[in-house]
Each structure stands twice: as C-alpha cells, then as structure tokens.
Design a protein around this ligand. Structure first.
Ligand SMILES: [Zn+2]
Ligand SMILES: [Zn+2]
Length: 153
C-alpha cells in the first residue's frame, strides 16, 4: 500500500483497501497461514515534514491450535496502527505495507487456541477431548509420590 505524498490533502486523507495475503509472508510458517486479504483503513496526514499514518488493519488466518492441534480460522486485528515516516529529502512515496505486515504479525498470539476453552488432547490416549470423551481415568497425583518414595528407599 503506497501513499503518494502529493495526494494527501492538507487536512489529511483516508485510504482503505486490500493487499493480497502473500504480503504477510507466512507461506512457509508451520502453524499460521494468511487465509484472506489484508484489509486496511488508514488516515494519513503531513505534519511538520513527516507523514503520520494511523488506522486499523486485519487479516483472516488459518492456524493450528496449540492445545489440540486442529486447524482453525480466526481474524487477527491491529486496532491502533500508527507510524511516522520522515519526508526529508523530498520523499514522494511511502510504502506502508511492511509496517502493516509487522503490526499484524505481532498481533498473532504465540499460544493459539481454536477456542478459549479448548480441552486439548488426552495425554494418555490422544483423544481430542473437544469431540469425544475417552475412558482414561484422570491421572492420580498420589501415584507419582509413591514412585518417589520407592526411589528414596
Ligand atoms: Zn484446540
Ligand atoms: Zn484418554
């Protein structure tokens, strides 16, 4: 998304549109893929030799749940995008795409969950506990201490 400085009106100008999903550069990411276009709604204004760009951006991603391993889709949103670009030396064009990408990548949670209450997989049989109830007994904490006691002897 390139802003042509001359086209920005003195009161500031609004820009909105889409960038293709490839600008996110997530094609080789193991856990996250861009699954739609990057939408942006920006306001740009020139203030004392600088271009100030603010607004919002969002993109749909497909990700793998950190707890159950299932693939799911969600929207990543940057609600308060803000960047300042120096126009020193007569800069005429400012490419905002790298900053939009960076802002959105930082908004992708490190620990991605398909839903907040994802129950994950059974640690014994591997059943997806969101979909089925396995018959494994809940792990008994007591047993672990028994083992430790035996080791001490
Ligand atoms: Zn999950
Ligand atoms: Zn189980």
């Amino acid at each position: 998304m390139i802003i042509h400085v001359r086209k920005v009106s003195p009161e500031g100008s609004h820009f909105s549109g889409d960038e293709p999903s490839e600008v996110m550069g997530l094609e080789h990411d193991r856990f996250v893929r861009a699954a739609g276009e990057l939408h942006y709604t920006l306001f740009a204004v020139v203030v004392s030799g600088r271009l100030l760009v603010s607004g919002t951006a969002e993109i749909r991603i497909r990700a793998r749940c950190s707890r159950c391993g299932e693939s799911f889709s969600t929207i990543v949103r940057e609600p308060s995008f803000l960047r300042m670009y120096s126009l020193a030396g007569g800069v005429q064009e400012v490419d905002v795409t790298p900053a939009l990408r960076e802002a959105l990548v930082l908004r992708i949670p490190i620990y991605l969950l398909c839903r907040e209450d994802c129950r994950g997989l059974c640690s014994r049989c591997g059943a997806n506990l969101n979909r089925e109830r396995c018959t494994c007994a809940p792990e008994e904490v007591g047993n672990r201490w028994d083992v430790l006691d035996k080791l001490r002897l």
